[in-house]
Each structure stands twice: as structure tokens, then as C-alpha cells.
Write a protein that binds this ligand. Structure first.
Ligand code: 13P
Length: 247
């Protein structure tokens, strides 16, 4: 049995005041949720979010981490620093990191190794662009991203994979439930071929314009175990409705 998981990726949004307001509304609203819940604010709001989420069902994670353990890497944040702070989760390989920061599959793999060593639970993101889908390359692209990030890793039993078609992120275009299910089934089948992964137990999240209004039909698909939510995670009642749909 895979427990539903709903994760909010706040991206580069927020202020101390908005974090207070959002978590002040969200944490009581999800107190009785059956789904597992996490929020991933900006690094600078992590300590504040951890304080506000203490004693609630909402776990906290980061949106990235360094592939290096420590040292002279100006501007980087180590996985150990995140776990030392109390973070449980880290998002890796988000398409915005791949697109704007030239993250390769090799770099994502190195970050995953660092995250696992630090005891963080990683959410590895994969997904094709619109052009790749139109060219019929979606499965090939996603398969290569999985292989590139996951092959030869140890400690993958708690891995979470998020399928986020790039063309659906922040665009209001959601993959249809069937499109998402087809890719999730392909991902689960691909994971089964990678050593050290229990594919049947690995949770697969869908991400890309998930809203209160489309969450239930996505979660009804057999291989969709939850969501990685961007814009709708910034509004407490919208995120809470997605969490409720997952329960
Ligand atoms: P939106 O929900 O805003 O489309 O963002 C999805 C996403 O990128 C989550 O990581």
C-alpha cells in the first residue's frame, strides 16, 4: 500500500509574513489528513517553516541541495545542512533547475547521492518538453532521465519520483489523467529494471498545474500516488483541497 503524498513546491515565492500566514492557515486545516504532506519553501524560509510546522502533520523540505558535502562552494547549501536543520525532504532535478541552471542527469545523480547520505528523502523530478512530446520522444526522454539519476545509486528504498511534463508547469495545461497514468505506468516499469528499487512501493507524484478542481481525477489513476504542486500550494485552501482529494 502506497500512502498518498502531497508536496508543495513554493519555488521563489514568499516573505516572512506570507510564510506565517500560509502555514498558520494550512497546518490546522490538514490536522486530520490521511495523506502525507510536505512543503518546500525557499532556503531562507526553511527554519521559520520548520518552527511553524513542528507538531503538525506537515513536513518540510528544500527545493535543491548541493552535490558537494562541504567546502568552498559559495552560495551552495549542503544536504547535511538541510537534515541538521530538521528538513526531511529535498526536491532534485526540477525542470526549472535543468532549464535555468543547466543541471544534467549526472549532476542530479550526484545530488541524489549526497541527499541519501544525509538521510534526506529525495523527490527526483523527470519530464519531457512539449517539443519532445510532439516528436514522440516523451518516454525515451523520461527513461533516460531516470536511468541517468538512479542507476548505480544505493539506498533508493524511500525514493519518490515526480513526473512533471514541462509543458504543463505553470501553464494551466494539465496532462489528462490518462496521459499522466500512461507515463506513470511507464516510469514504474522503468524503475523495476533499476537495481535497488522496489518499483511497486515507490511513490510516483504528478506535477504540472494540479489544482483543487483536477486533483481527484488524477489521484484516481492507479499509478498516481500524489502530487507535486506549484502555484496552488501558495494558497492554503487550494492546497488543503488537494490534500483532501488525495486522502
Ligand atoms: P504548477 O503547479 O504551478 O504548474 O507547478 C508545478 C511544479 O513545477 C511543481 O514542482
Amino acid at each position: 500500500m502506497r500512502r498518498a503524498l502531497v508536496v508543495g513546491n513554493w519555488k521563489m515565492h514568499g516573505s516572512r509574513a506570507s510564510v506565517d500566514a500560509l502555514l498558520g492557515s494550512l497546518t490546522p486545516a490538514v490536522a486530520d489528513a490521511t495523506a502525507e504532506i510536505a512543503v518546500c519553501p525557499s532556503y531562507v524560509h526553511l527554519a521559520q517553516a520548520l518552527e511553524l510546522c513542528a507538531g503538525t502533520p506537515v513536513a518540510v523540505g528544500a527545493q535543491d541541495c548541493s552535490h558537494m558535502a562541504s567546502g568552498a562552494y559559495t552560495g551552495e547549501v549542503a544536504a547535511d545542512m538541510l537534515s541538521d536543520l530538521g528538513c526531511r525532504w529535498v526536491i532534485l532535478g526540477h525542470s526549472e533547475r535543468r532549464q535555468y541552471h543547466a543541471e544534467s542527469d549526472d549532476l542530479v545523480a550526484a545530488k541524489l547521492t549526497a541527499a541519501i547520505a544525509a538521510g534526506l528523502q529525495a523527490i527526483v523530478c523527470v519530464g519531457e518538453t512539449r517539443e519532445q512530446r510532439e516528436n514522440g520522444e516523451a518516454e525515451q526522454v523520461v527513461g533516460a532521465q531516470l536511468q541517468g539519476a538512479l542507476a548505480a545509486q544505493a539506498g533508493l528504498q524511500d525514493l519518490v519520483v515526480a513526473y512533471e511534463p514541462v509543458w504543463a508547469i505553470g501553464t494551466g495545461l494539465t496532462a489528462t489523467p490518462q496521459q499522466a497514468q500512461d507515463m506513470h505506468a511507464f516510469i514504474r516499469q522503468s524503475l523495476a529494471a533499476i537495481a535497488g528499487i522496489d518499483a511497486a512501493q515507490t511513490r510516483l507524484l504528478y506535477g504540472g498545474s494540479v489544482k483543487a478542481g483536477n486533483a481527484a481525477e488524477l489521484f484516481a489513476q492507479v499509478d498516481i500516488d500524489g502530487a507535486l504542486v506549484g502555484g496552488a500550494a501558495l494558497v492554503a485552501e487550494d492546497f488543503q483541497a488537494i490534500v483532501a482529494a488525495a486522502g
